[in-house]
Design a protein around this ligand. Sequence first.
Ligand SMILES: *Cc1c(COP(=O)(O)O)cnc(C)c1O
Length: 382
Amino acid sequence: MTMTTVAGTIYARLGISRVINAADTFTALGGGPLPEPVLTAMREASTCHIQLVDLLDAIGARIAELTGNEAALVTSGAATAITLAVAGAIAGSDPAAVEATPDHRTDRREVVVLCAQRNQYDRMLRLAGGRLVVAGYSDGTAPWQLEAVISERTAAILWFAGSQFENYALDLDRVLGIARRTGVPVIVDAAAQIPPAANMRLYTGLGADAVAFSGGKGLRGPQGTGLLLGRGEFVARARAHAFPRPAIGRAMKVSKEDACGLLAAVELALSLDQDAEYARYRAVCERLESAFAGCRGVNARIVPLGNLGQAYPRLRVDLGPDAAAANADAAAAAFLAWTPPIVVGRDALLPSTFFLNPFTFEADEEADIVEAIRTIFGRDKK
Ligand SMILES: *Cc1c(COP(=O)(O)O)cnc(C)c1O
């Protein structure tokens, strides 16, 4: 593959190619360029030593205030936020119990996940010494099925936000109702549920004890950051296990630069005019849609939401039998062979469909994508 690097940069020296991300906020693609205010905050943060506990506490307090939550904990990712929340829910903040984690001395270490919501991130609860208990079936969980697995051994319910996770799952309102009646805390994984930034108060406003967000996805903060937001007492228990304390969180480090960058990213995300942002992305989708005009066997149309229901539009491209690419695999391979490589969005259930997502590429990358569309699918192609 031809390398496309910017001469003189560290990527050029390492032989690492720039990639255009037209797919999604995929951690494996490293995150996009950090906004200038985030970079400034990180540069300022690196100028001297500070007391790290004081800094992390001050940033937590500021983010809690900005997002309308009682408390906030800066973590090394949404995955870490889940691990620490579960550790706190099981062990609390008693020093001996914190030290014993994850080899808990209590049986109250079960964490319930709805069957339809099982996914690669639910192992984060096991990292904290939690024991996974599945409620219901892949095609649904009845309220009584959730009630039936809750006992004196239940430490928490972990519920995943996002359209794909919510299909066939008991909705959050009913989960919260059962949790309230049984006295079990609810942790929401909403890692990718921004935009809108207002979601930082949505789930906890509904009554969840805590919610996890990625700092490096919709917030556009440093890739190695995340947030746990929620009730003061609940977040305090998670904090007892968090870096830089001598606890499991010691392996989940947050640098002062990352923490300050995340605060700047939260401030920036909350300052955006969400409707204007949406309109800007919609205009990008419209231009990409016109690039497909006249392409044989291709039907391109704008869909209103992101892959997990995020508030940005995407272009959905359906390939017919006489399209220049036989299926989505072939189309994705052609985009990936482009210089620079372009990664498009996929849906495992739709073998003849791919998506282009304006949220994750830069304005100056749009022309590359348009040229790739015209070359791969243009009029003269068959
Ligand atoms: C991305 C993601 C995570 C992990 O987030 P990090 O910030 O990378 O740790 C966890 N849960 C879900 C649902 C995600 O989409």
